[in-house]
Design a protein around this ligand. Structure first.
Ligand SMILES: C/C(=C\C(=O)SCCNC(=O)CCNC(=O)[C@H](O)C(C)(C)COP(=O)(O)OP(=O)(O)OC[C@H]1O[C@@H](n2cnc3c(N)ncnc32)[C@H](O)[C@@H]1OP(=O)(O)O)C(=O)O
Length: 354
């Protein structure tokens, strides 16, 4: 009788049996496909607080009822970063579990009304583009438009367009033109002569700093002191709490043979941590949206995530008289000063009370 647990027998069995695969390859996606993601997720107070605490997002309006009421909320709402991460996490099983690198995201938008704990999230994605990677024949590049909806009302709570590198079943022939282009044109850095930092975190502080920089060779740009070293909680626990099944975040065994050689931080954790650092130096009123988000290199356990902010423009127009609108570029970087994430963010920033 076969002893299936005999190590040699078992090793041979493992080699010969079929593996029930998870996830989809590049060839499985076709432009126009609509994918309904199941399971959905109920956005909970616990999940929200776990996400916010570990990414250093401490805006009191999301933690305390008095601060929430002051912002016009019925109770502390679900944080937009957790909502974004949960909307993406649920999609991983269908879209990128095969090992797709999260390259970037744009047009991240939230409605004006807050989302509260207890909301059941239903998420769907449409394939909007499938492209060949000219530098990596073993991958294709796929973009999806994703919408996270309130399962009860159908209201869209978070939407965005995201792009991943997705493994192919069969590698493509390539002329390598992408790799050559990536070598760069050899130009040195082009930075302004001066940097201006806002005095405080209110809307008027950003306007004054932009005015000071105007007509001079200056930029409004500064770094944030806080850093967050990545550990098992940020790398493995937070993505799993959003039902993100990407092996990059929790399977050390498989990742040992990957380019990173280790499990890596979920892009939304890296980004939310950097945004948490930035928000700790401003009076955020409301998140409006994010564009041109890119993930430049891996973040792994032991790496520390810092943040740098550049203020692009300010506009008096906002959904409330108590705030103005500011557009920022945020860059997350590691302990070696390498950029790991960048993106533009539009947020309403509280005005000083008169
Ligand atoms: C969620 C989730 C997974 C994760 O969260 S994983 C963690 C977050 N993501 C990362 O850590 C990825 C970090 N990025 C990298 O390590 C490198 O960018 C990467 C993926 C290894 C590629 O390195 P390269 O040096 O080869 O990068 P290139 O700049 O040459 O780009 C390669 C091709 O991709 C195209 N591309 C890059 N960015 C974008 C973008 N934002 N939108 C569209 N396309 C993009 C680029 O044009 C190159 O195209 P080629 O035709 O020349 O190949 C999850 O599971 O989803």
């Amino acid at each position: 009788m076969t002893d299936w647990t005999d190590p040699d027998t078992f090793a041979q069995a493992l080699e010969e049996v079929e593996t029930k695969e998870k996830g989809n390859c590049f060839e499985d996606f076709e432009e126009g496909d609509l994918i309904e993601h199941d399971p959905g997720l109920t956005l909970t107070e616990w999940g929200n607080e776990q996400w916010m605490s570990q990414t250093l997002n401490h805006d009191p309006a999301y933690w305390r009822s008095d601060a929430a009421a002051e912002r016009g909320f019925d109770e502390p709402p679900i944080h937009p970063d957790y909502l974004t991460a949960a909307t993406l996490g649920i999609t991983v099983e269908d879209l990128s579990e095969k090992g797709g690198y999260f390259l970037g995201r744009t047009d991240v938008r939230f409605p004006e009304s807050p989302v509260y704990a207890g909301t059941e999230l239903h998420v769907e994605s449409e394939v909007v583009n499938c492209a060949t990677s000219s530098s990596r024949p073993e991958y294709g590049i796929v973009s999806w438009r994703t919408r996270g909806k309130d399962a009860e009302t159908g209201d869209v709570l978070c939407s965005y367009e995201r792009t991943n590198m997705i493994p192919r079943r069969e590698p493509m022939a390539t002329d390598g033109s992408g790799a050559a282009a990536a070598e760069g044109d050899g130009d040195g850095p082009e930075l302004p002569d001066e940097f201006v930092a806002p005095e405080g975190g209110y809307y008027e502080d950003f306007v004054e700093a932009l005015e000071e920089a105007d007509d001079r060779d200056a930029a409004v740009a500064y770094r944030h002191e806080r850093g967050r070293t990545q550990d098992d909680v940020t790398v493995a626990s937070l993505p799993l709490a959003t039902l993100n099944t990407a092996k990059q975040h929790h399977n050390v065994d498989v990742m040992a043979d990957s380019p990173s050689g280790n499990i890596v931080t979920y892009g939304d954790v890296t980004r939310s941590t950097a945004l948490g650092h930035a928000r700790s130096d401003e009076q955020t009123w409301r998140e409006v949206g994010f564009d041109d988000e890119s993930f430049h290199t891996f973040v792994a356990v032991g790496d520390t995530v810092y943040a740098f902010t550049r203020v692009i423009e300010a506009d008096d127009d906002a959904s409330s008289d108590e705030a103005g609108t500011v557009t920022f570029e945020h860059i997350a970087f590691n302990q070696d000063d390498e950029p790991v994430y960048s993106g533009t963010r539009t947020a309403e920033i509280r005005k000083r009370s008169n």
